[in-house]
Design a protein around this ligand. Structure first.
Ligand SMILES: [Zn+2]
Length: 85
């Protein structure tokens, strides 16, 4: 098990991976870690000068997106685990 949070590079790798090709360890961590989920959604490094509307509360749209992402990742992990066993 990985206990440390994902790096920016790992998050980018997850997002760029095709379904089924994402590293299972990374996907598994993301599926269980709220912090990394929001980082994956909103970006880890926020541009310093480009601050516009930064809602504190996630909008409904983003909540749905997050739910879809997590569901997708959980499925990814399950499929990956099935393939490896
Ligand atoms: Zn994390």
């Amino acid at each position: 098990m990985t206990s440390a949070c994902l790096t920016d590079a790992q998050l980018a790798r997850l997002r760029d991976s095709a379904p089924g090709e994402a590293p299972a360890e990374l996907a598994q961590h993301l599926a269980t870690c709220e912090r990394c989920q929001s980082r994956a959604l909103f970006g880890a490094a926020r541009p310093a000068g480009g601050k516009r509307e930064a809602p504190k509360m996630p909008s409904l749209k983003r909540s749905l997106l997050l739910g879809a992402l997590v569901g997708f990742l959980v499925e990814l992990v399950l499929v990956g685990a099935a393939v490896m066993n």
